[in-house]
Design a protein around this ligand. Structure first.
Ligand code: ADP
Length: 421
């Protein structure tokens, strides 16, 4: 199968978010962790490559993104999407602008749009200024971000120092007049040599207009929301064929396990809720540091396959502080991650089919242990957290990776009650 749209995301959560948005339409979406060495025969219609380039030095980020682009082109992609954060997280040097310019040069296109708006999550752009809820970006909590503090809300001013070619604006008044008006505005700007166009969007309707107007551009850039309408638009005009758009469901063994290494407030509520009706095993970092994970492995081995148990290190802030004081922050984290990784391997050996993992770092440790580098992204359990299918040790499993504060208190039950499709 040939890929149509190739996406590059500057972090893993952003990639999952984008993949989930595209998969809402029912088309095959594949998420790859890093740039694979080879291009397999059966790439999906929509391919998303997750990088970790958001805060890397500009030259490193550009090189990685170009490598990802080359892989996507080899997979057959002819349209591309550069996904960054909906709060435009970047330093004055980059990496949003330099990567976009490098991709434009390699693709051979002279204009792209920038639309990080995500109205459902309170990110809106008006007259080129980005708002987080009611606050301009530079008054929002993003002003204090440790790595990418955002001190200006104006996307033109933010982008200009990052690129060599002119920056322009297609404002909300144009977008409100519809796709044809927006296309005319983009053509006018192109005639003036404007390569980088910020596009206003304050509501979902605006995103539909933008997607419709820009569906034939070789490169789009922005947050995940503006990409959501693309599959349906391409199905409608025949760019995407019905056979490219169909997906199959693999056979997944029964039995499920929840592994939680997240200590966020929402995960604590989710663990407490799940424990009301499920058996669970609490991991204590100090015990793990002393005795290793064997007791937990033995406990898991004794559970019936239908028990759907939870194993968790999830603890309240005072507990976390106490283990960190005893072991150091790094060791407290790594003994837990290592134990959950080994437990995932044992669950696989037991023939468990569905894995729900809570915690961003924890998810990284579990996917590494299982040797998972590619995920077929399916139905969303909660916004931004899809069920995925992947292969581990030659077997198909279902995997849900949830970072920190995502999902409602019933997230684990919601995940396990869902029909996998
Ligand atoms: P989140 O997505 O909520 O940030 P992460 O998995 O990314 O979750 O990070 C949580 C970190 O805290 C992991 O490194 C994990 O191993 C560690 N951790 C989990 N439980 C404890 C605990 N009880 N004490 C100390 N550290 C813990």
């Amino acid at each position: 199968m040939t890929t149509l749209l190739g996406c590059i995301a500057d972090d893993f959560t952003g990639a999952t978010d984008l993949a989930g948005m595209l998969a809402r339409s029912g088309v095959p979406v594949s998420l790859r962790i890093g740039v694979p060495d080879k291009v397999p025969d059966n790439t999906a219609a929509f391919e998303v490559i997750a990088l970790k380039s958001r805060t890397e030095p500009v030259d490193v980020a550009v090189a990685e993104c170009r490598k990802a682009l080359a892989w996507l082109q080899a997979a057959g992609a002819t349209r591309f999407f550069w996904k960054y954060c909906s709060t435009f997280d970047s330093t004055p040097q980059g990496n949003i602008g330099p990567v976009a310019e490098a991709l434009m040069a390699d693709i051979g296109t002279d204009q792209t749009i920038y639309c990080p708006a995500f109205p459902e999550n309170g990110r809106a752009i008006f007259m080129g200024n980005l708002f987080v809820g009611a606050q301009p970006l530079h008054e929002s909590p993003m002003k204090d971000h440790p790595l990418t503090p955002m001190t200006d809300a104006n996307l033109m001013r933010l982008l200009e120092p990052q690129v060599t070619k002119p920056v322009g604006l297609a404002n909300r008044l144009t977008v409100a007049r519809g796709a044809a008006a927006l296309r005319t505005r983009l053509d006018d700007l192109r005639a003036q040599g404007v390569a980088h166009v910020i596009v206003d969007a304050v509501a979902d309707e605006d995103l539909h207009v933008i997607a419709e107007a820009c569906q034939n551009m070789a490169l789009l850039t922005g947050g995940s929301a503006v990409a959501m309408p693309l599959p349906m638009l391409w199905l409608k005009d025949g760019t995407l064929t019905a056979s490219q758009a169909s997906r199959t469901v693999p056979d997944i063994d029964s039995g499920a396990i929840v592994l939680s290494g997240s200590c966020s407030a929402m995960t604590r509520a989710q663990v407490a809720h799940y424990l009301q009706n499920a058996t669970g095993y609490l991991l204590d970092p100090r015990v793990l540091a002393k005795d290793g994970p064997q007791a937990a492995l033995d406990w898991l081995a004794a559970q019936p396959i239908t028990a759907n148990p939870i194993i968790y290190a999830t603890a309240d802030p005072a507990e976390v502080k106490a283990s960190q004081a005893a072991l150091g922050v790094a060791q407290a984290g790594s003994v837990v991650e290592n134990a959950l990784a080994q437990l995932a391997l044992q669950a696989r050996t037991m023939g468990i089919g569905r894995f729900v993992v809570a915690g961003g770092e924890t998810s990284g440790a579990v996917t590494r242990a299982l040797g998972v580098a590619q995920l077929d992204v399916r139905c969303e359990i909660a916004p931004g957290v899809p069920w995925t299918f992947c292969q581990t040790d030659g077997r198909d499993i279902a995997l849900a990776l949830k970072s920190g504060n995502f999902g409602a208190a019933t997230f684990f039950e919601d995940a396990l009650e869902m029909e996998l499709k």
